[in-house]
Write a protein that binds this ligand. Structure first.
Ligand SMILES: *[C@@H]1O[C@H](CO)[C@@H](O)[C@H](O)[C@H]1NC(C)=O
Ligand SMILES: *[C@@H]1O[C@H](CO)[C@@H](O)[C@H](O)[C@H]1NC(C)=O
Ligand SMILES: *[C@@H]1O[C@H](CO)[C@@H](O)[C@H](O)[C@H]1NC(C)=O
Length: 322
């Protein structure tokens, strides 16, 4: 008698447990693009038997738009039937995986699918009531959403662009493009940051399998930030300025050399031998001055153009070493 009471008690508890525990887990909805293949992930837990283990599941069923999926309810998959809808494949098992795959999705596949398991006794029968809503989209165009709205951003900020469609989709591969070029990032959300002016552009997204789903462009404009430009562009700017100054000095030296040679040539033509012998000396002395340490930074009144130029070149060396 005591055993019988215990059994009743257990049964009662299982009834309660079944009312509370959801033995079937699937996503609330799945979005399928017409013509594509979609997988509906699903897992289940068989009812416990009296010994604390699990009851053996002897039949699994998937049906459309039916609350309990029991008896002779038309099904898209029934492990007891040999003739099945070809496009619905059961990828699961009888132990805990109830994954279902739909190939060549049609508009008529749009439905609420429910999974039912059956054991040897009715206590082990269970249907996952909430079901999974399969939405079929066709000729859909994706949309880009952004918290920043108008796409005006400042350098250093972060932004996440979302590629959405009329239903929350699952497992669909989204690709992103900027100004028509595919980005390496994929997935329904594109995270950008910290933003630089180079992130500016027209962004689009689409489903990888459906080029017709290309979204309208979303124009992102990143305004260069003051601090950002100082931090990142400050160094190249300094290098540029230094280089420019050096280039100017170098040009000055070259020009003075040319002038000097031309003058020497003129003197040679007019003055003859005497001037020609005189020439090497100032050149030599100029080089001497250059080799000397900083003093000649203060220009002496007697210095020629060449001297000043060489002194400036010295200055460059100092700056460089610093
Ligand atoms: C269920 O089976 C599918 C297909 O074999 C597999 O991809 C999936 O990972 C399985 N799920 C679990 C939870 O094991
Ligand atoms: C942007 O993201 C980075 C990394 O997650 C974070 O360190 C930074 O504070 C964020 N910037 C802003 C403006 O939210
Ligand atoms: C983005 O599109 C707009 C309008 O079509 C165009 O004026 C703009 O030049 C485009 N921007 C880029 C970076 O291509």
């Amino acid at each position: 008698m005591a055993v019988w009471d215990k059994k009743i008690l257990w049964s009662f508890m299982f009834l309660l447990a079944d009312a509370v525990v959801d033995r079937v887990h699937y996503p609330p909805s799945v979005c399928a693009v017409k013509g594509s293949t979609v997988t509906v992930p699903c897992s289940f837990t068989p009812a416990e038997d009296l010994g604390g283990g699990f009851m053996e599941v002897i039949r699994v069923v998937w049906c459309q738009n039916h609350e309990i999926c029991h008896g002779s309810t038309p099904s898209v998959f029934d492990s007891n039937q040999t003739t099945r809808a070809q496009r619905y494949r059961y990828l699961g098992d009888m132990k805990g995986n109830c994954t279902l795959q739909i190939t060549g999705v049609r508009k008529s596949d749009e439905a609420v699918l429910r999974f039912r398991m059956e054991a040897k006794t009715s206590r082990g029968h269970f249907t996952g009531k909430p079901g999974v809503k399969v939405a079929v989209i066709e000729g859909t165009r994706m949309k880009i959403r952004s918290p920043s709205g108008d796409g005006q951003m400042r350098g250093g900020e972060n932004v996440t662009l979302s590629c959405t469609s009329t239903c929350t989709f699952h497992q669909l591969e989204v690709i992103w493009l900027r100004d028509g070029h595919t980005l390496s990032e994929s997935g329904p959300a594109l995270w950008l940051g910290p933003l630089t002016a180079e992130d500016s552009g027209n962004y689009t997204c689409r489903l990888r399998t459906n080029s017709g789903s290309l979204s309208q462009p979303y124009s992102l404009h990143v305004e260069a930030e003051e601090e950002a430009s100082e931090a990142s562009d400050g160094l190249p700017l300094l290098v540029g300025v230094v280089f420019g100054v050096l280039l100017a000095l170098f040009t000055l030296v070259m020009v003075s050399c040319i002038i000097r040679r031309r003058r020497a040539a003129d003197q040679r033509r007019s003055g003859g031998d005497e001037v020609e012998q005189k020439d090497p000396d100032p050149l030599y002395s100029n080089i001497q001055v250059t080799a000397e340490p900083p003093e000649q930074g203060g220009a002496q009144p007697g210095l020629t153009v060449e001297d000043i130029s060489y002194a400036s070149v010295q200055f460059r060396h100092k700056k460089h070493s610093r």
